[in-house]
Ligand binder design. Structure first.
Ligand SMILES: Nc1nc2c(ncn2[C@@H]2O[C@H](COP(=O)(O)OP(=O)(O)O)[C@@H](O)[C@H]2O)c(=O)[nH]1
Ligand SMILES: [Mg+2]
Ligand SMILES: [Zn+2]
Length: 294
């Protein structure tokens, strides 16, 4: 019996990458089937295979986490890709992605793309945006497909990790993966990821070997609904709000209108960015309204 990692799942077959770098086509066998556990891409498994095409997955090793959309286990990291232009940067959407990523206990790396489209003044603006996120503790990368150094900037983050790529359509996710691994030849500038969910495309999930790690070609966090969130979980996922919140006068302070709120004070003092706080308020409202509907 050998250990390996499922890198692709298609038509009842699981493709297991073994430690020696060979991929074995396997079927599922083993007691996890009785327990109704389905092997997922990203799973570490024990398997046996006498040849390349007739292997068996026998056991699924404990999972660190499970992402639902797309279905991937053991995700370490998410590249949160936002273009600074075309489409314009939307900080509320960025914070929404971060909230969902934090809730899944996945490490985000913020990638601002298309920086070649910025003028000098806009570059300064972007520096202050980056500072907001860096001061929270996030890694922020500025990337352009037209810059040869882009590859070197991002490669160190991918090594030995499972990474999903998150972000709106058109921000440059596919271009980025192609740059990192030209043999992938992923179609760029396509809106098919939206429209193609119907007839032909089974949205199969696959992990590609990129820069010594594994990267999912499927955009991570395709659903950003708050239906599974509680209001408490929301403040936990805003790292700096959760930290400041320890000093609020009341336990369970929502940081909206209570007296002695350390979060509101921190916003006033400029220690928490106004944009971040107003997105917290907006998401809080959204969660409240979602709950009311049920
Ligand atoms: N100017 C500029 N355009 C880019 C950059 N990265 C991607 N693009 C363009 O943005 C469009 C969308 O890119 P794509 O990779 O398909 O985005 P995706 O939908 O996120 O996968 C394409 O026309 C790319 O050529 C960049 O760094 N600079
Ligand atoms: Mg794409
Ligand atoms: Zn408070």
């Amino acid at each position: 019996m050998t250990e390996g990692k499922i890198v692709k799942s298609l038509s009842g077959f699981y493709y297991v990458l073994s430690e020696n770098g060979i991929v074995y086509q396997c079927r599922a066998r083993g007691n996890f089937r009785k327990r109704k556990i389905t092997p997922l891409v990203g799973d570490d498994v024990e398997f046996e295979a006498e040849n390349l095409t007739d292997g068996y997955v026998l056991n699924i090793l404990p999972r660190k986490n499970v992402l639902v959309r797309p279905p991937i286990a053991n995700v370490d990291q998410a590249l949160v890709v936002f273009s600074v232009k075309e489409p314009d940067l939307n900080l509320q959407l960025l914070d929404k992605f971060l909230v969902h990523i934090e809730a899944n206990r996945i490490e985000p790396v913020i990638c601002f793309t298309k920086i070649d489209l910025l003028g000098e003044h806009e570059t300064k603006n972007m520096d202050s945006v980056a500072e907001i996120y860096q001061s929270i503790g996030y890694h922020v990368l500025f990337l352009s497909m037209k810059d040869k150094k882009t590859n070197d900037k991002i490669t160190p983050y991918l090594k030995e990790k499972i990474t999903v790529v998150a972000g709106q359509s058109g921000v440059g996710k596919s271009s980025l993966l192609n740059l990192l691994n030209p043999s992938l030849k992923i179609e760029t500038n396509s809106i098919s990821s939206h429209l193609g969910r119907g007839k032909h495309t089974t949205r199969h999930v696959e992990l590609f070997s990129v820069a010594g790690g594994l990267v999912a070609d499927t955009p991570g966090f395709s659903s950003l609904a708050f239906s599974h969130f509680t209001k408490e979980e929301l403040s936990d996922t805003f790292i700096e709000i959760s930290k400041a919140g320890e000093y609020c006068k009341f336990r369970g302070c929502t940081h909206l209108a209570e007296p002695g709120c350390a979060v509101k004070q921190a916003v006033e003092d400029g220690d928490i960015a106004k944009s971040r706080y107003s997105h917290y308020e907006a998401f809080f409202k959204e969660i409240k309204e979602t709950k009311r509907r049920y």
